[in-house]
Write a protein that binds this ligand. Structure first.
Ligand SMILES: NC(=O)c1ccc[n+]([C@@H]2O[C@H](COP(=O)([O-])OP(=O)(O)OC[C@H]3O[C@@H](n4cnc5c(N)ncnc54)[C@H](OP(=O)(O)O)[C@@H]3O)[C@@H](O)[C@H]2O)c1
Length: 295
């Protein structure tokens, strides 16, 4: 399905060279808009894991060197902050989302990033995504599921379409990406799945019925997965953030003091803390909330 790819489609069964894609797209922008993207283009394409752009100090302090990570929902908000934090730690990062323009910009802002446009609620697009990851890297070390949508409406105004959008993006996507990623995670020396869930995976808030149903389900799914994959040495972590200052928080129908909310980088730091643990230690769940409480 061509529309799954930023570059306008890869031949069936071959998968795109998405690093090349990023380079080509960036080159187009460079031609159109001057030299502003030159540095980022080089970071995204020329700096391999042992690339020339890394200082010795950077290399010595990076804890995820040579790791391959995929962040679903990596084009903005919490997912982008996670992708950038992983890249700072030395990982090569595959950023995934639907909107190509936002995704391209995210790719340019993230060193060693590969950007792939895909809807992770659609089986065919997920399949194609992981074919590309396999072709490019041959394995996956870390799957981060951060793609999600949020509907803030009283139950009686929640439509079936709202319900399905939340269930598809927040729950079915986990089923699809996990199923597709497992063969690649099994080839890692220490596969890890991190699901970005929510305080709404544990607590009920009014006007969030569809979202809460999806996030409660996602926590149940994550806990079962953790038990099933333990014997295969694949670790599973649930991150449960409270209100975070992203586009999602625009949905609230009451005034929000943005400075009271978590920042996406706070959630990203929690993810880093979980994934840098030694293989003998699993961080099962992290609940991280604004210090002022629920907003
Ligand atoms: N912000 C909060 O207060 C908060 C609190 C607790 C938990 N969370 C959770 O944190 C995660 C990230 O949310 P956020 O606050 O960062 O929201 P955001 O800024 O709206 O980002 C959502 C990301 O998911 C992508 N996405 C959505 N549906 C997708 C799909 N079907 N396929 C692929 N990508 C998809 C979006 O890109 P496209 O739209 O281009 O696809 C975007 O990259 C979500 O799971 C959310 O439930 C957020």
């Amino acid at each position: 399905m061509k529309k799954a790819w930023c570059s306008g489609g890869a031949p069936e069964g071959t998968g795109p060279s998405t690093f090349d894609f990023l380079k080509n797209e960036a080159t187009d922008l460079l031609d159109n808009k001057g030299s502003a993207f030159a540095k980022n283009r080089n970071e995204a394409t020329d700096r391999g894991p042992e690339g020339p752009g890394r200082s010795l100090l950077e290399t010595m302090t990076q804890r995820l060197q040579d790791r391959i990570a995929l962040v679903a929902g990596g084009s903005r908000g919490i997912g982008l902050a996670i992708g950038q934090a992983l890249a700072r730690e030395g990982a090569s990062v595959v950023l995934v989302a639907r909107d190509r323009r936002t995704l391209q910009e995210a790719g340019r802002q993230t060193p060693r990033a590969m950007a792939v446009a895909a809807d992770v609620a659609r089986p065919a697009e997920v399949k194609r995504l992981f074919v590309a990851v396999n072709k490019r890297f041959g394995r996956l070390d870390l799957l981060v599921n951060s793609a999600g949508v949020f509907t803030y409406k009283p139950f009686e105004r929640t439509t079936l379409d709202d319900w399905r959008r939340n269930l598809d993006a927040n729950l079915t996507s986990l089923f699809l990406t996990t199923r597709a990623a497992l063969p690649l995670l099994a080839l890692s020396q220490g596969g890890h799945i991190v699901n970005i869930l929510s305080i709404s995976s544990r607590e009920a808030f009014p006007k969030c019925s569809a979202y809460t149903a999806s996030k409660f389900g996602a926590l149940g799914f994550t806990r079962v997965l953790a038990e099933e994959l333990r014997s295969r040495k694949i670790r599973v972590t649930a991150i449960l953030p409270g209100s975070t200052d992203t586009r999602m928080a625009n949905e609230f129908d009451f005034p929000v003091k943005r400075e009271d909310l978590l920042q996406p980088e706070d959630v990203a730091e929690a993810v880093i803390a979980a994934v840098v643990q030694p293989a003998r230690a699993t961080v099962n769940e992290i609940l991280i909330t604004p210090s002022c409480g629920s907003v």
